[in-house]
Design a protein around this ligand. Structure first.
Ligand SMILES: Cc1cc2nc3c(=O)[nH]c(=O)nc-3n(C[C@H](O)[C@H](O)[C@H](O)COP(=O)(O)OP(=O)(O)OC[C@H]3O[C@@H](n4cnc5c(N)ncnc54)[C@H](O)[C@@H]3O)c2cc1C
Length: 644
């Protein structure tokens, strides 16, 4: 093993003073690097999605020497491109009562009081700048007839603060960030390394000073040294195998950092999105999201009777159960995701689900088409209806869509302080890769907001402050720590190739996904999690005895790439279940069946669980130590969430 980082004390480094002034105060107190000195510093950014591209472009523009890495063939293929529905900002263009304070409170409440207040407040403050930045870049946000930016609603809020570009918001935002990145590539401040996968983080004298990558085209291992390393490598929903994430999304970068000493925050906080196309066959390898924006106009319902197999059009109004509108009259179809998902599962478990396997509920646009007219509905959601039609063969303008919850987003990730630094000094994490500002449940359209806040506005202050405040000796890739890390990686890849068993990496991934979905998905129980904690190590054991990876190491080898990623998922999944078992309360997307209110809502236990769980890696077979960052709620008083 190479050098392991000694864990820093869990100090969130929240600035003192009133919450509204904390970020401004810190920015003023931060140290600066003289423009002429910036080019002497090298920064590694891993990830070129929204968070990574935004950070690389901005740090490059400031004059630092940035090396940006992505396993994709171009930054434009980062998973961010898939984001559909929109991005939140407290602009209050609608004059409907929005404000920074309201966005802050909605987010803390939406996350079921498990996020750090100071970070969320900063996020709400920065949200307004993101829209200006993106408009200046030419991002074509939807506009009203008069030319003003249009907005719509997302779940868990009662204002219209979501800016969007049809159902392609992520794509348009990523193109904006990509242009900014390419401008810096042309200016020579950013060097792009595509098809290059981080396979380890290198620690020198207790600080992150570089990475080991594998060139995916040649298999060659490469060493890269820098003053700072930033991870913006996305989320880990593919631990479930089936998810709405891009197939390639994986946890290797953050898991490798975790194994080197970065504490992992709230691994069990995962989001199951209510609005996805239901699974149609056992052989499926991917699930597709139907954006939450559809719940602005679509009405969710199931038949009142069990096993009612009549076509939707033959079920009269009085035999339909618009269960979200009935149970949550204030928020109706726009309740937050965790609430909508749990309710969908409940009605399906009761035998009232629709579609071939009974694992679906209707999302019906008949009323919206009647009220707004077909052209308006087509304008707002056209591409989503087209996606649905291509996948299911059904025309959702004529028959209701069928939807069912699916793994979608991970609120857990590397623990970071207010500066977005992990517990490894000099290692930062942004975007979905960090444990983020969303607590136990992310509100719709808030991931893009957080990823861009981190990339355009937070890291470009905190990373230079770190550089200016810490005398960093030059480190070269010939340092023994690089050789040791590279040797570890080689051993690992050799081990994967030498098992020579019978099963493909995918078959293990699929089996793992089934365990995690069944026991650590929408509902979690003490008994189920204990079962998973027996099954996952057993499966991992089998992986290392019966895995088959064809081909060799020093060549393009997608089976080897996959095997390496699955081996990390097999470790992370265990931590997810351990964290879920340890947190014997329900909160947000983490629903422990033993902890519910009389009407079946998530019941928190603030006296015992009002903390961020930050887990330490000590080796595969040991029970990992748990560190706790206590959470204080001084501005949004703790209360039982109610969307009724
Ligand atoms: C279908 C879908 C729709 C969504 N819609 C919305 C929405 O409307 N609004 C909203 O707010 N959020 C939405 N989200 C969530 C949001 O899209 C993501 O949280 C966000 O885009 C993540 O951005 P990121 O920059 O953190 O990571 P990503 O976009 O996932 O980028 C990760 C980058 O890291 C690189 N990378 C990863 N690992 C390595 C490695 N080991 N080595 C080298 N490179 C690596 C990848 O190549 C990539 O460049 C949606 C998510 C999904 C799945």
């Amino acid at each position: 093993m190479g050098e392991l980082m000694e864990t820093r004390k869990l100090d969130a480094r929240i600035p003192s003073g009133p919450i509204e002034d904390q970020w401004d105060k810190l920015r003023f107190e931060m140290k600066l690097v003289n423009p002429a000195n910036r080019r002497k510093h090298k920064i590694i950014v891993v990830g070129a999605g929204l968070a990574g591209a935004a950070a690389s472009a901005t740090l490059g523009q400031q004059g630092y020497h940035v090396h940006c890495f992505s396993y994709h063939d171009t930054p434009r293929r980062a998973h961010s491109i898939a984001a559909q529905g929109g991005i939140n900002a407290a602009k209050n263009y609608r004059n409907d009562g929005d404000s920074i304070d309201r966005l802050f409170k909605d987010t803390v409440k939406g996350g079921d009081f498990r996020a750090r207040e100071a970070n969320v407040y900063r996020l709400a403050q920065i949200s307004v700048h993101i829209i200006d930045q993106c408009v200046a870049q030419g991002v074509p946000f939807a506009r009203e007839y008069g030319g003003l930016l249009d907005t719509r609603s997302f779940g868990g809020v009662q204002v219209q603060r979501t800016f969007y570009a049809r159902g392609q918001t992520g794509q348009q935002l990523l193109l904006g960030a990509y242009q900014a990145l390419q401008e810096q590539v042309a200016a020579g401040t950013v060097t792009m390394h595509t098809r290059c996968e981080l396979v380890d983080v290198v620690i020198v004298d207790g600080r992150a000073r570089g990475i080991i990558t594998r060139n995916l085209m040649t298999g060659e291992l490469e060493r890269h040294a820098a003053d700072v390393v930033v991870l913006a490598t996305g989320g880990y929903s593919n631990a479930f195998y089936l998810s709405t994430n891009a197939k390639a999304s994986n946890c290797t970068a953050i898991w490798r950092a975790h194994r080197r000493g970065a504490l992992f925050g709230n691994p069990c906080y995962t989001q199951i999105h209510p609005t996805c196309i239901p699974l149609s066959s056992e052989y499926q390898s991917k699930l597709t999201l139907m954006s939450e924006s559809l719940r602005n106009d679509g009405r969710v319902w199931v038949p009142k009777r069990k096993a009612d197999h009549r076509p939707a059009k033959d079920i009269p109004e009085n035999e339909r159960d618009y269960y979200l509108e009935n149970r949550y009259p204030s928020f109706g179809n726009l309740v937050p995701r965790d609430v909508a998902s749990r309710n969908a599962k409940e009605v399906c478990d009761e035998g009232r689900g629709v579609g071939p396997h009974g694992q679906g509920v209707y999302l019906d646009f008949a009323d919206a088409i009647h009220r707004l007219g077909l052209p308006t509905v087509r304008d707002k959601y056209g591409n989503l209806f087209e996606i649905y039609q291509r996948i299911t063969g059904e025309d959702a303008y004529e028959v209701p869509m069928r939807i069912y919850p699916a793994p979608h987003y991970t609120m857990g990730g590397l623990w970071v302080d207010y500066h977005l630094m992990t517990t490894i000094t000099g290692l930062f994490a942004g975007g979905e890769a960090n444990f983020s500002d969303h607590g136990a449940n992310r509100l719709g359209a808030s991931a893009l907001m957080q990823g861009l806040a981190d990339g355009y506005f937070v890291l470009p202050y905190t990373v230079p402050d770190y550089i200016a405040s810490n005398p960093l000796e030059a480190v070269s890739v010939s340092h023994p720590a690089f050789a040791a890390a590279e040797a570890d990686v080689k051993d690992r890849f050799r081990a994967l190739l030498s098992v020579k068993g019978k099963r493909s990496p995918d078959s293990f991934h699929k089996e793992l996904g089934r365990i995690v979905w069944d026991e650590c998905g929408m509902a979690r129980s003490d008994a189920g999690l204990r079962k998973a904690l027996e099954e996952i190590p057993r499966l991992r054991e089998e992986f290392w005895h019966d895995l088959r990876v064809v081909g060799g190491m020093e060549e393009l080898n997608q089976a080897l790439e996959k095997a390496n990623r699955v081996s990390d998922f097999l470790e992370l999944a265990e931590l997810m279940c351990r964290d879920a078992l340890d947190r014997a309360e329900s909160c947000g997307g983490h629903f422990r069946v033993e902890s519910q209110t009389p009407d079946g809502e998530a019941k928190r236990d603030d006296a015992n669980f009002s903390y961020v769980a930050a887990w330490e890696w000590t080796g595969r077979s040991e029970t990992p130590p748990l560190h706790k960052e206590p959470l204080a709620f001084e501005h949004v008083p703790l209360s039982q969430r109610s969307y009724k």
